[in-house]
Design a protein around this ligand. Structure first.
Ligand SMILES: Cc1cc2nc3c(=O)[nH]c(=O)nc-3n(C[C@H](O)[C@H](O)[C@H](O)COP(=O)(O)O)c2cc1C
Length: 212
C-alpha cells in the first residue's frame, strides 16, 4: 500500500465562512478588469493588513510574495536585479500574480507580460522609502548565500547612526506586469464559489464565468 494512505491526516475546516449565496448573487463584474480590481482593492484596504502583497510566479516554477507598488493599467513591483526572480524574468518575461484577501473572500489572479521599468521610476520610488528600508535594500545581496546575518545587522546598525542619505543602489530595479488575463474568485461558504475570467484580445477584454 502507498505509505501516504496510512499516514494521511486531514486538517479540519479552519475557515469555513466565506460569502453567502445572497451576496454572491449580487456580484456584477465590471467591463474593465482594472476597474473591477480597484473596486475590490478599495474594499480590501479597509480590512486586510497588506492588500498589495501578492504571490509573484515566474518561470522556475517559482513563487514568492512581492508588494505591488502601483496599479493603474499595469502592476509595478521593485526588487534586486541579482535576485532569482530577475534571472527567471530575463529567461521568460511572463509572470502571474495572486492576491488573496480572506477578509472579503476574494482571490485575484493576473497573468501578463513583464518589462523592466525605466531607471527614473526606480530612483523616484527608492527616494520615497524610509531611510532604514533604503539602507537595508542597499546592503542586501538578495538571494545570495549569507554567511552571517549578525554581521549584516552590525553593519546596518553602524551605518544607520551615521548616514543621512542612501543613493539608489545599482542593483535596485523595478518591473511592470501588463495583464493579458485576470481571474476573480469569490468564495462561498457552500463552496458554490464564483469565478470570472477576463481575457484580452487586441484592445478588448472578454469576460466568461467559470465553474467553481
Ligand atoms: C509580504 C511580503 C512582501 C515582499 N515584498 C517584496 C518585494 O516587493 N520585493 C522583493 O524583492 N521581495 C519581496 N519580498 C521577499 C520575497 O518574497 C522573496 O523572499 C525575495 O524577493 C527573494 O526571492 P527570489 O530569490 O525568488 O528572487 C516580500 C516578502 C513578503 C513576505
Amino acid at each position: 500500500m502507498d505509505p501516504r494512505v496510512r499516514k494521511s491526516k486531514y486538517i479540519p475546516n479552519l475557515k469555513p465562512k466565506y460569502l453567502t449565496l445572497n451576496v454572491l448573487s449580487e456580484i456584477k463584474p465590471k467591463k474593465n478588469p482594472f476597474v473591477f480590481f480597484n473596486f475590490l482593492f478599495k474594499k480590501a484596504i479597509k480590512t486586510e493588513p497588506e492588500p498589495n502583497a501578492a504571490t509573484l510566479c515566474t518561470d522556475g516554477p517559482n513563487g514568492r510574495m512581492v508588494l505591488i507598488k502601483s496599479i493603474d493599467k499595469s502592476f509595478y513591483f521593485f526588487t534586486n536585479k541579482h535576485s532569482q526572480k530577475v534571472k527567471e524574468l530575463k529567461r521568460k518575461p511572463r509572470a502571474s500574480l495572486v492576491f488573496y484577501w480572506p477578509t472579503i473572500s476574494v482571490q485575484i489572479r493576473v497573468h501578463g507580460f513583464v518589462s523592466k521599468l525605466p531607471r527614473k521610476i526606480c530612483v523616484e520610488y527608492f527616494s520615497l522609502r524610509p531611510l532604514e528600508s533604503q539602507l537595508a535594500l542597499s546592503l542586501s545581496k538578495q538571494s545570495k548565500v549569507l554567511d552571517s546575518w549578525y554581521d549584516l545587522k552590525n553593519k546596518f546598525q553602524k551605518y544607520i547612526k551615521k548616514i543621512k542619505l542612501v543613493p539608489t543602489p545599482a542593483h535596485w530595479c523595478g518591473y511592470e506586469i501588463k495583464p493579458q488575463k485576470f481571474e476573480f474568485w469569490f468564495g462561498s461558504t457552500e463552496r458554490l464559489h464564483r469565478r470570472f475570467l477576463y481575457k484580452k484580445s487586441g484592445r478588448k477584454w472578454y469576460i466568461k464565468e467559470l465553474y467553481p
